[in-house]
Design a protein around this ligand. Structure first.
Ligand code: F6R
Length: 365
């Protein structure tokens, strides 16, 4: 049931504090350390792995782009994130020393399942992050970590995405500690930060009224652009996908550094540009991109940490998130984007839970 909410999507957006908490805390033991269910991969196995592919479709792919940052940071192995329908026909370098991580809410996505079977046939180790217990992808993988998001009914994925990111981080921390690529101290400190996330998600959800107001400015727009660098670019892609699928508004994510290489030609008076600026190292760069689009008349809506008040000079609206680690920022900054997609779709009178032409689970190619 929708438990008093107008749509499953908004209910599921609001379930994210609990969903992220379940995904994490069910795997913390009495010492506060991560115990990844039955994933008893050994240090010897991890030492052999020289290549990691993260493969998925749609929103799960976008979560995998964030997952790459976590895995590379803590495991120090290069990671390629790819779309399942591309990867399966690309003759990838998969062998016994490859780890393939799949992410899938339904666990039944045809392209992702086919990547799983091919990777296993080539001797790779396959680990899946799935939400539906007992689904094909979960059953056929060597190892499975479930996101305890609970049933996701709305076609547009929300809580599956944020819990998948939590799962990627937990895997990266656990494997990194086992392999010795992070210290016990770094590991414990990071878990302490991760434990704050559910409450911080709840905090960010308070931007709902502000988002409702902003959505009124976007309802008649033909195009909306999302800008980011690094991990923020991945979040931008997820924000753009969400608003496309449920509000039928054309939206595109740009890597902000690419603006000058073509796309800035699209910026004109009144075009909404959502700017993500949560990555510390990239903040100054984002600030200048923000100024560039503002100077061309864009309606700049920025999302940044509360300490970055400088954005106000070049923004029409600012949505603040708490100050957190760069990877964790991806869990928080997507929340306003989910709400924005929801409220623009609502203003436009769209069928939010069942957008046209889409199915919840894509079991055919
Ligand atoms: C977008 C959306 C889809 C799914 C994609 C993969 O909101 O829901 O893009 O993320 O079809 O589905 P799963 O995760 O079930 O493999």
């Amino acid at each position: 049931s929708k438990a008093g909410y107008d749509h499953f999507m908004i209910k599921e957006i609001y379930e994210q504090p609990e969903a992220t908490r379940n995904t994490l805390e069910r795997r913390l033991d009495a010492n506060g350390e991560i115990k990844l269910d039955d994933i008893n991969i050994t240090k010897e196995q991890l030492d052999k792995i020289n290549k990691i592919y993260i493969v998925a479709c749609g929103t799960a792919y976008n979560a995998g782009l964030v997952g790459k940052h976590a895995v590379e940071r803590f495991l120090k192995v290069p990671v390629v994130t790819d779309i399942a329908s591309e990867f399966r026909y690309s003759d990838p370098f998969v062998d016994e020393n490859t780890l393939v991580i799949l992410a899938s809410q339904s666990g039944e996505t045809a392209d992702t399942l086919s990547v799983l079977r091919e990777a296993k046939a080539k001797g790779a180790t396959v680990l899946s992050i799935a939400n539906v217990v007992g689904s094909s992808i979960a059953r056929e993988s060597d190892y499975t970590l479930y996101t305890w998001a609970g049933p996701e009914i709305a076609v547009a994925s929300t809580k599956a995405y944020t819990t998948q990111i939590v799962a990627f981080i937990m895997i990266a921390l656990d494997f990194g500690l086992k392999k010795g690529t992070i210290t016990k101290e770094e590991y414990m400190n990071y878990i302490a930060e991760l434990k704050e996330i559910p409450d911080q998600v709840a905090e960010v959800l308070k931007c709902e009224d502000q988002i409702k107001e902003i959505s009124k400015q976007l309802v008649d727009k033909n195009d909306i652009f999302y800008l980011g660098r690094g991990l923020d670019y991945s979040t931008a892609m997820e924000g753009a996908l969400k608003i496309k699928e449920i509000s039928y508004t054309h939206a595109e994510a740009f890597a902000a550094g690419e603006l000058k290489h073509g796309t800035i030609a699209l910026i004109e008076e009144g075009v909404p540009v959502i700017v993500l600026a949560t990555q510390q190292r990239l903040f100054e760069k984002m600030l200048s991109n923000m100024q560039e689009v503002k100077a061309r008349g864009a309606n700049v809506i920025s999302i940044t940490e509360v300490t970055n008040k400088e954005v106000e000079k070049s923004s029409d609206s600012v949505i603040y998130i708490p100050e957190v680690d760069n990877i964790l920022a991806g869990i928080l900054s997507v929340i306003p984007l989910q709400l924005l997609a929801y409220y623009v779709a609502k203003e436009r009178g769209c069928d939010i839970d069942k957008p046209r032409n889409l199915a919840k689970s894509v079991t055919v190619e």
